[in-house]
Design a protein around this ligand. Structure first.
Ligand SMILES: Nc1nc2c(ncn2[C@@H]2O[C@H](COP(=O)(O)OP(=O)(O)O)[C@@H](O)[C@H]2O)c(=O)[nH]1
Ligand SMILES: [Mg+2]
Length: 207
C-alpha cells in the first residue's frame, strides 16, 4: 500500500482524503439551513422543520483534492464558542440583506471572531455571506455594509441567493476550502509572510 508522504506532514489521512470542517452561523431565518441543504442536495427547499444544531457529512472533489467535509449548522442561535473554534477550519457568517438585525448580530460577534482568529495556530478562514439577494425589493442592508464588515474582518464577502443559484453556493464552499487550505499549508512556510501581514497573499504557496 502506498503511504501518503507529504512535505506538509500528516495533512492527509491515509485514505487520501483531506478533512475540512465548516461552521455556518447567523441568526434564525437568514438561510443557514437553506444554504447547507442547497449545497448538499442541489435543491432549494422553502421550509425546514429542523431547527436544532445539525451536522452534515459530505464528500467533494475540489480541484484535485478528495475532501471529506463536515458542515455544522449551529441552529437558530448565532454562536461561536471555544469548542466550535477549536473544531472548525472555516466559518461562514451569514446575514440576510432583508434583515438589519442579522447584520447587527454579526457586528456583536466581532470580538469573539477576533479572539477566534488570534487564538489558533492555523488561522480560520472566514467568509461573510449576505443571503437572499433575490429579494431586492425588500433589501434593508446595503451591499457596502456587508463589504465593510468583511473588509474589517479581513475576509471575503459575497451576496448570494440560496433560492436562485446552486452554482453560487457550490463556488463559495469551494473557495472557502481553498482559503482554509492556503492557511493550513501556509502556517509553517510563511511565518515571515504572516509577520509582515501578507497572510492573505494567495501565491506564496507551492503545492
Ligand atoms: N427568498 C429567499 N428566501 C430564502 C433564501 N434562503 C432562505 N430563505 C427562506 O428564509 C427562511 C429561513 O431559512 P432557513 O434556512 O430556515 O434559515 P436558518 O434559520 O438560518 O436556518 C425560509 O423560509 C427560507 O425558505 C433565499 O436565498 N431567498
Ligand atoms: Mg436552520
Amino acid at each position: 500500500m502506498m503511504t501518503n508522504a507529504s512535505p506538509f506532514g500528516r495533512r492527509k489521512k491515509s485514505t487520501g482524503q483531506t478533512d475540512f470542517k465548516v461552521v455556518i452561523t447567523g441568526i434564525r431565518g437568514v438561510g443557514k439551513t437553506a444554504i447547507t441543504v442547497r449545497y448538499l442536495t442541489k435543491r432549494f427547499i422553502g421550509e425546514y422543520g429542523q431547527e436544532t444544531e445539525c451536522r452534515y457529512h459530505h464528500q467533494a472533489k475540489i480541484d484535485n483534492d478528495l475532501v471529506s467535509m463536515e458542515i455544522l449548522d449551529v441552529g437558530p442561535e448565532i454562536s461561536i464558542n471555544d469548542e466550535l473554534v477549536a473544531w472548525a477550519d472555516a466559518i461562514l457568517l451569514v446575514y440576510s440583506i432583508t434583515d438589519p438585525k442579522s447584520m447587527r448580530a454579526l457586528h456583536d460577534l466581532r470580538p469573539k471572531l477576533d479572539e477566534a482568529r488570534s487564538g489558533k495556530s492555523t488561522p480560520l478562514a472566514f467568509m461573510v455571506l449576505g443571503n437572499k439577494s433575490d429579494l431586492m425589493h425588500a433589501r434593508k442592508v446595503f451591499t457596502k455594509e456587508g463589504e465593510k464588515f468583511a473588509k474589517d474582518l479581513g475576509c471575503s464577502y459575497l451576496e448570494i441567493s440560496a433560492a436562485d443559484s446552486y452554482q453560487q453556493i457550490v463556488d463559495l464552499f469551494h473557495e472557502l476550502y481553498r482559503e482554509a487550505k492556503m492557511y493550513k499549508l501556509g502556517t509553517k512556510s510563511s511565518l515571515l509572510g504572516r509577520m509582515f501581514g501578507h497572510a492573505r497573499e494567495k501565491k506564496t504557496m507551492t503545492l
